[in-house]
Design a protein around this ligand. Structure first.
Ligand code: FES
Length: 87
């Protein structure tokens, strides 16, 4: 089980405990933390978040990401992580 620390995303700061078998976007939604998204398949980039620490794997990512950026719809935590908004 991994911990996702949500750092002030849509005014929410909390810790989620997840099994690491679903995307970060899905986990956030399950915990009523809602972020922008559209395609859910790694194409549009609307779900980009900042990874503040920890590691994720991307199932697919079809757009270039800057250092520390993750696609919430395609990223799965593989360690405890901390995430924040892009800006
Ligand atoms: S929702 Fe489109 S890339 Fe994540």
């Amino acid at each position: 089980m991994f911990r996702i620390e949500v750092d002030n995303i849509n005014s929410k700061t909390e810790s989620l405990y997840v099994y690491g078998d679903r995307s970060i976007l899905t986990e956030l939604e399950q915990h009523n933390v809602f972020i922008n998204h559209s395609c859910r398949q790694g194409y549009c980039g609307s779900c980009i978040l900042q990874l503040l620490f920890g590691d994720v794997i991307h199932q697919d990512s079809f757009i270039p990401l800057s250092k520390g950026e993750i696609l919430a719809c395609r990223a799965i935590p593989v360690t405890n992580i901390k995430i924040g908004s892009r800006d």
